[in-house]
Structures are given as structure tokens and as C-alpha cells.
Design a protein around this ligand. Structure first.
Ligand code: ADP
Ligand code: MG
Length: 387
């Protein structure tokens, strides 16, 4: 789960990371009042779950409260298209009004899980404010890394390595190492999969602060962070993915046109692969789970059909824990209540397969039955092309 910049900053501040003074607002009037309270020049920052806002016009300076109100009016309710939103952009629903800082240097800091090392890794770069992917591609030597042993935790010497590596002013070393340790504590305590401050800045008056903040949390750990769960902003998520999460379905929307309903993540991956192999492109990843109910199968089907790009659907179920007749009943129920207007190819295998096939046949609905994965993939790709 992702949160907005102002929410991530709030969490980081709780763990002792300095952040600029600021307030989240929802209307131009609130923006004006917040700018008044902050005093002086402020920055109006669009709050969307995507970066690249600065370059896209989503971060603007306002010299007085009137200007803040005007800028807020021009951003709120508008679509912001950044390098990270995709061409469809995101509608801005909230803003962060923040004191404008006099920046001397911008750095990059992040913490994430290095899957290869199976450890958290703290990354830092003197090239802050720019896209880190660009730095990684062009100047990989400018990215410093400290992997953290989970047993010992992030050590002070590692923080000093990073601080020295960034070329920080020696008088700031102690403060920097304190902040880096705070960032690590925030990362660990919240079960975050990513903490990023880009930029992390040094001001002209010698302060260090997180000027931008991004946090992503491990969905599987959210059950123990009720306070973080409450920060969820569903407007930032794909409506179909939000619906899927309500039914506890593992669904990720993709940009192809072959809808896939599969049980088990491994089989779902294999199904997506074989669709590609047959020359098609999957419209989604959907794992209805090992023990899905008829209701969940129905909801899964509804979600697949809710994607207007879907031209054909492949139902690929291996009945292990899941019984084929339950899947078939769910599919038939969904087809009857939704009225399907795309071809559906079904491959069932495993427990109660004959019963499942009988239910499909006797439904009077037009399903194409496939034998085996390869046959199923070829049939559904042909169907998606209108053959
Ligand atoms: P994004 O990464 O989405 O573009 P940032 O929060 O990193 O958004 O802001 C972009 C740039 O705007 C920063 O690199 C910084 O130069 C400037 N900026 C952001 N917030 C402030 C602030 N409070 N004071 C001064 N400059 C700021
Ligand atoms: Mg940024």
C-alpha cells in the first residue's frame, strides 16, 4: 500500500526525521489559511501517489496566501500527468502547503528490501532530486549502498559511511547519522517495503530535512498497522483492483486483452506466460486462491469483465483444494447474471473435473472447452482476435 507524501512525512517525523513545516489541505480556502499560518513563501504540492510532480507542474512556489489560494484552485480537481502516472494522469484531490526552504544541496536516500541479498538495503546518492534510475544507469558509482544485517540492525558506522560518502559537511555528520538511523527505525517498525526521501536536503542555514517522502508498506503486514491502513486513499488505486481487494482476490490489472481467471499464483504466472507464448497479451493477473468460494469466482469474473479491454477470457483451474464443480457453478452464475459478450475458454483439471464440465455443458451457455494449457492458450488468443 502506498500513502501520500504528507502522510509519509508525518510517519517519518514520528521516528525523528526532520521535515519542513506544512499542512495538508483540500480546498483553495484552506490553502490560503495554511499559507497564512506558515507565513512567508510556501510551496504548493499536489498529493498523488506518483513522483515526477515537480517537472509536471505539480509543485509550485507561492509568495503569499493569495497566490497559494490561486495555485491551489488551478491544481485541485485537475489531472496531473507526470512521468510516473502514465498518460491517463491522476486527479489532484489534496495538496500539501509547505514552508519553502532555501536549499543548498539535494541528496537521495532510500531504504528497501534487496531480494538478492535477502536484507534491507540503505541507498544514498549525492545526486538528489533527479530520477534515481537515471543515476543508476549513467553513474552507478554515485549510488552508495549499505546492506543491513537483520540481526544487528543498522549500525552507526554504516550511517557514518553513508554520510561521509555523500560528502556532507563534517559539522552535520552527527545529525546525519541520527537521521539515517531514524529512517531505518521507521522502515522497520512500519513494515515498509520502501522508504524514499528524494530529495533529502541540506539548507543554506545548515539543516538536514526530508523534502520529499515516499513510503510503501507490505500489504501482508498491514493487519498489524491499523493506523497505516487508515491512510489508504482508494482514489489513487485502480477501481477494479480496489474491488478485487474487497473480495480478497489477488488481482493486478495489465494492459493486454485476454482476461485470465486462475487459481494459485504459480499457475497464474504460467498461464500468463503461455498466453504470451501463443501470441496474445494477458489483461490481468488474477489468483482466486486455493480455496475460493463460488461467490469469489463470480466476483473474479465480474472484475475481469469490468475491464473494457478484455476481448476473451481464459478460465484455467486446477482443482486441488479447489473443486472444479465449484468453479463451474461460480462461472455459470456469473455468466448468467452479467450477460457475457466475449468468448470464454475453459480448461478444468483435477478434483471433480467431470462434474465441472457437466455443469458448464448443461448451463446452455457458450463456453469453449479446452484440453490442456497449450490448447487453451491457443484457443483464447484466437478468440481474442475474433477468430
Ligand atoms: P517530485 O519528486 O514529485 O517532483 P518533490 O517533492 O521532490 O516532488 O519536489 C520537486 C522539487 O521541488 C524538489 O526537488 C525541490 O527542488 C522542490 N521543492 C519541493 N518542496 C520544496 C520546499 N518545501 N521548499 C523548496 N523547494 C521545494
Ligand atoms: Mg521527489
Amino acid at each position: 500500500m502506498k500513502v501520500h507524501e504528507y502522510q509519509a512525512k508525518h510517519i517519518l517525523a514520528h521516528y525523528g526525521v526532520p521535515i519542513p513545516r506544512g499542512e495538508a489541505v483540500f480546498t483553495p480556502e484552506e490553502a490560503r489559511a495554511a499559507a497564512q499560518r506558515l507565513g512567508g513563501t510556501v510551496v504548493v504540492k499536489a498529493q498523488i501517489h506518483a513522483g515526477g510532480r515537480g517537472k509536471a507542474g505539480g509543485v509550485k512556489l507561492a509568495r503569499n496566501p493569495e497566490e497559494a489560494e490561486r495555485i491551489a484552485g488551478s491544481l485541485l480537481g485537475q489531472k496531473l500527468v507526470t512521468a510516473q502516472t502514465g498518460p491517463e494522469g491522476r486527479v489532484v484531490g489534496r495538496l500539501l502547503i509547505e514552508e519553502a526552504l532555501d536549499i543548498a544541496k539535494e541528496f537521495y536516500l532510500s531504504l528497501l528490501v534487496d531480494r538478492a541479498a535477502a536484507r534491507p538495503v540503505f541507498m544514498a546518492s549525492s545526486e538528489g532530486g533527479v530520477e534515481i534510475e537515471v543515476v543508476a544507469a549513467e553513474h552507478p558509482e554515485k549510488i552508495l549502498k549499505e546492506t543491513v544485517h537483520p540481526g544487528t540492525g543498522f549500525q552507526p558506522f554504516q550511517a557514518r559511511h553513508l554520510a561521509f560518502g555523500l560528502g556532507l559537511d563534517p559539522v552535520l555528520l552527527q545529525e546525519a547519522t541520527r537521521i539515517f538511523s531514524s529512517l531505518y527505525r521507521a522502515f522497520l517498525a512500519t513494515d515498509a517495503s520502501l522508504v524514499e526521501a528524494n530529495p533529502f536536503v541540506q539548507t543554506r542555514d545548515g539543516r538536514l530535512l526530508a523534502l520529499d517522502a515516499k513510503m510503501t508498506f507490505d500489504d501482508n503486514a498491514l493487519f498489524r498497522h491499523k493506523d497505516i491502513q487508515e491512510l489508504r486513499d482508494v482514489h489513487e488505486e485502480d477501481p477494479l483492483e480496489v474491488k478485487a481487494s474487497e473480495y480478497k482476490l489477488n488481482y493486478i490489472r495489465l494492459d493486454g486483452n485476454v482476461g485470465c481467471m486462475v487459481n494459485g499464483a504459480g499457475l497464474a504466472m504460467a498461464t500468463m506466460d503461455i498466453i504470451q507464448y501463443a501470441g496474445g497479451r494477458p489483461a490481468n493477473f488474477l489468483d482466486v486462491g486455493g480455496g475460493a468460494s463460488e461467490e469469489q469466482v463470480k466476483r473474479g469474473f465480474e472484475i475481469i469483465l469490468g475491464d473494457p479491454n478484455v476481448r476473451a477470457v481464459l478460465i484455467n483451474i486446477f482443482g486441488g483444494i479447489m473443486r472444479c464443480d465449484i468453479v463451474a457453478s461460480g462461472v455459470v452464475a456469473a455468466a448468467k447474471s452479467l450477460g457475457i459478450n466475449v468468448p470464454v475458454v475453459v480448461r478444468l483439471e483435477g478434483t471433480n473435473v467431470e462434474l465441472g464440465q457437466k455443469i458448464l455443458k448443461e448451463s446452455g451457455l457458450n463456453f469453449t472447452v479446452a484440453s490442456g494449457m497449450k490448447d487453451a492458450a491457443e484457443k483464447v488468443v484466437a478468440a481474442s482476435r475474433g477468430n
